[in-house]
Design a protein around this ligand. Structure first.
Ligand code: DX5
Ligand code: ZN
Length: 231
């Protein structure tokens, strides 16, 4: 199943509560929450208090994407704010395995996020400690960027690596995920789509329309793929 998760950093913070309620009712599968520290990435977004403030308005999973240095120092803060899944960047910590194990031991799903240039080899010795991999398809830090074409190959290589190692791990893609890029990311093995300015937060479409269109589109991609595989 293809899971759709709005990237809330793309939302109008002035109407975040209403936005979460409407996207939830429209049928999204999870909410993607980007945390930036102005150090690992040159930008700031939201903090734990904002996450806490929207937590009561949906039961859908909160996927906290930590773009911060030494994420191991901040896990409890975001767990207390209502996170259900936490991804940390392999480039931001010296203690990846320990950090992932801590996230899992606290009952959450643990994810590893990889910057575009970071090799998949970094995952090999933590495969037994992760539930999802976030393939950054843009350089982290800003919404509205262009998809890096070689990331299609990286998604496919990751899918092969996971199949060969026989691990059932979700592949999340993050950055410029929209109607142009979705067909090939799905074909290459991604199943969790972080959707921002290229698909859900568009000025001329209501959230309800945007979610329905996206669900229909991803379903059709899967059907087309299935037909293709039958040939
Ligand atoms: C960027 C963030 C993404 C971003 C996606 O560092 O991790 O989640 O918000 O926005 P779009 O879809 O506009 O690229
Ligand atoms: Zn993100």
């Amino acid at each position: 199943m293809t899971l759709i998760g709005p990237s809330l950093m793309c939302a109008d913070m002035g109407i975040l509560k209403e936005t979460v309620i409407r996207l939830d009712q429209a049928g999204v599968d999870f909410f993607h929450l980007d945390i930036m520290d102005g150090n690992f990435v040159p930008n700031f977004t939201m903090g734990p208090d904002l996450i806490k403030s929207i937590r009561p308005y949906t039961n859908k999973p909160f996927d906290v994407h930590l773009m911060v240095k030494n994420p191991e120092n901040h896990l409890d803060t975001f767990i207390e704010s209502g996170a259900n899944m936490i991804s940390v960047h392999v480039e931001a910590t010296d203690h990846l395995q320990k950090t992932l194990k801590t996230i899992r031991d606290k009952g959450l799903k643990a994810g590893v996020a990889l910057n575009p240039s970071t090799p998949l080899q970094e995952l090999v010795y933590v495969l037994d400690t992760i539930d999802y991999v976030t393939v950054m398809t843009v350089n982290p830090g800003f919404a509205g960027q262009k998809f890096i074409p070689l990331m299609y190959q990286k998604i496919s290589d990751l899918k092969h690596l996971l199949n060969k190692a026989e691990y059932e791990i979700d592949i999340q893609v993050d950055g410029n995920i929209g109607y142009e890029t979705i067909p090939d990311v799905l074909k290459n093995g991604a199943n969790m789509l972080v959707c921002g300015t290229s698909s859900l937060f568009k000025p001329d479409v209501t959230f309800e329309e945007a979610v329905n269109q996206l669900k229909d589109f991803t379903e059709n991609q899967k059907t087309d793929q299935f037909k293709l595989n039958l040939k």
